[in-house]
Design a protein. Structure first.
Length: 202
């Protein structure tokens, strides 16, 4: 059985203590941003699973934060996503020699591409959101906080794992409240006993 790409390989801890995965998907002429959160019964962060990996496989691009990128890179001794472009939001902590790195893997008809996004990140994410072509899957706690604090998330998918973890860290936190209401769009029990609830912004 294949091990999910992000399971137990990412545990980035931003100051907000979020554990989030995010998907940007195409809807009409704009991308809809769907934030994925994995939590335990008591609301603590839990690892993502094969359901999120399937979303990564179906996407055309991946969006993550700097800390998540470094953790996955070190865990796999290289960047494991080679079939599509990865956008990494960075505050300059990574020593970059160029803004875009393209690595072709010999023997595979696949290119690994990583592009680092700096500067006015919110403006760039709004531009991506307004571009209606393709789907972007995003993952990372800092990305999740950034999306929520700037009103960029249209949907939140919360997957609850039937375990108790304990501790004060919470799976989903944000610094600001934009005052908008959320409604339950769907609620489903998965075959592995997890509960997946999708919330939509009104």
């Amino acid at each position: 059985m294949a091990v999910p790409l992000f399971r137990n390989s990412v545990g980035s801890c931003c100051p907000l203590g979020c554990k989030v995965d995010i998907i940007l998907k195409n809807t009409l002429n704009m991308k809809q941003i769907s934030l994925h959160v994995y939590q335990s019964i008591d609301g603590c962060p839990a690892p993502s699973d094969k359901h999120f990996d399937a979303a990564v496989d179906a996407s055309s691009c991946v969006l993550i934060d700097e800390e998540t990128y470094l953790r996955i890179y070190m865990n796999h001794l290289g960047w494991p996503i080679t079939a599509k472009e990865t956008l990494v939001v960075t505050n300059g902590g990574i020593d970059l020699t160029e803004n875009e790195r393209v690595k072709f893997i010999q023997g595979d008809a696949v290119a690994e591409r990583v592009r680092f996004v700096r500067g006015n990140v919110v403006t760039e994410l709004r531009r991506i959101k307004e571009n209606g072509d393709g789907m972007v899957v995003a993952y990372g706690e800092e990305i999740g906080a950034l999306l929520l604090d700037n009103g960029l998330a249209d949907e939140i998918t919360v997957t609850t794992v039937p375990v108790l973890i304990g501790g004060g860290e919470k799976a989903l936190e944000c610094g600001l409240n934009d005052g908008r209401a959320w409604i339950v769009r769907s609620n489903k029990v998965l075959v592995d006993g997890k509960m997946r609830t999708v919330y939509g912004k009104v």
